[in-house]
Write a protein of this length. Structure first.
Length: 250
């Protein structure tokens, strides 16, 4: 419930998904008006809003009560379910598109993947994507400061952070593809990566890092201070990836 306790920060600080990702969805016929979409782990609606804008009928699933209330307020056209994805009981073949936007790593896939398979209509698509905050191929002075903050954490028994113990390789496209296809229910139709950048000031960085589940408030403040020491604004280089999957059905 970390996110549910920081609704305002999450809504104001998390950047939107890149335009190119939405164009890929559009080019694959997944943003046609009238399609029925299920948005799992909807948060404050970073995927819900654009899906509605494209003319889809959206059911947004969010376990946090405060986040769900924000969804209802911001997107009254969406049907909002307060539930874990694992607890859903949905009619068979009820959605043309199921979306998991920066959410797959939280799911028990042994439960969620069979549910998604049942919920998808014939020729339906499961679309999973996420933003990755920090491009390892583009070093910057700010990213050096971020790594220094992480190195100062108390080490875990196996040397990994608590979040990475729960969700190893959560930011990896290849690892996520393996997790989504290993039981043979789904096959990948397309996997695409995007690189983009955004200017962030110290306040926005502090809010953004405060929404990360494995960052403390003190660490987020240190990240904000690093931006101030570097001139007040930093250019952050991010990545996003998108996986489009179809059920493997006899």
């Amino acid at each position: 419930m970390h996110f549910d306790g920081r609704v305002d920060d999450y809504e104001s600080a998390r950047p939107p998904y890149p335009h190119e990702l939405w164009e890929t969805l559009r080019g694959n016929g997944l943003l046609r008006p009238g399609l029925r979409a299920l948005d799992l782990g909807a948060g404050t609606g970073l995927a819900t809003g654009p899906l509605l804008d494209a003319g889809l009928h959206v059911t947004a699933v969010e376990p946090g009560e405060r986040l769900a209330e924000r969804l209802r307020m911001r997107y009254p056209a969406a049907s909002v379910l307060v539930s874990r994805s694992e607890d859903l009981d949905l009619p068979d073949a009820s959605f043309d598109l199921v979306v998991a936007a920066t959410a797959v790593h939280w799911f028990d896939l042994d439960v969620v993947l069979p549910m998604v398979e049942r919920a998808l209509a014939p020729n339906g698509t499961f679309a999973a994507w996420r933003n990755v905050f920090g491009d390892p191929d583009v070093p910057t002075p700010f990213r050096d400061r971020v790594e220094a903050i992480v190195r100062r954490r108390a080490p875990q028994p196996d040397g990994r952070s608590e979040a990475n113990q729960r969700h190893p390789d959560a930011e990896s496209l290849d690892a996520t593809i393996e997790r989504l296809t290993r039981d043979g229910r789904f096959k990948v139709e397309r996997a695409t990566s995007y690189r983009w950048s955004i200017d962030l000031d110290a306040h926005r960085v502090e809010l953004l890092f405060g929404t990360f589940s494995d960052w403390s408030a003190d660490e987020a403040a240190q990240a904000g201070d690093a931006v101030r020491q570097l001139g007040g604004t930093v250019l952050e280089h991010y990545q996003s990836w998108l996986i489009l999957l179809r059920p493997v059905r006899a």
